[in-house]
Write a protein that binds this ligand. Sequence first.
Ligand SMILES: [Cu+2]
Length: 231
Amino acid sequence: MRKTWIVLLLLLNGCQIRTLNPHSQVAGDQAMLIYLSFAIMIVVMAVVFILLFRFAWKYKQTAKNKDDVPEEINSNKRLEITWTLFPVLLLAILAIPTVMITYQVSPKTTNEADSTAAGEGAIHIQVTAERFDWTFTYENGRQSDQLVLPVNEQAVLHLQSEDVIHSFWVPELGGKQDVIPGKEILFKVTPDKTGTFLGKCAEFCGVNHALMTFDTNVLHNQAYQTWLQGK
Ligand SMILES: [Cu+2]
């Protein structure tokens, strides 16, 4: 029994919710949606549970009201309007930012991107997913198994797959974005903090799927330029 608890504690300790520690605009927007829907859920839960316990307590059977028959009610306009408007309002609060953010962060394929030009001066990196590796090709031709990005600059990742569907995901920076064979998908990201973030494939793609990870290094601009010129 004691061993079980220790294992459980160790497991919990390993669970860092990195999605809630965003370091880019996209990831920040995604985390905001998680917080917003969580807050709405808490409000709904609170109302439901308070009413549930209140009614259970108020109308519980006692020796005094044992033979009471409840009064028959046909309708109650005020109540009906309230329980219709309240959920509609909550859904609207959830739907408006969800739709806006989804459209905003939704990656474009190259054709679509022609009309919504990627930010000027952005860095373009080719990202190739292949069972079970990621290859990053930079503007000067340098190839690496690491994604290296300069901080506070927009990078446009050109996601391509050589074989099956993969999914690009760096929890702190955003995703998950499906990488689909035969398509080039553009994913824009502007990291706002230097550091090393773990990236992974988030779409089951075969036996070694779990090993399909990569490091993302976000560097200061100067360090990025130096790295880019290296081998
Ligand atoms: Cu994969």
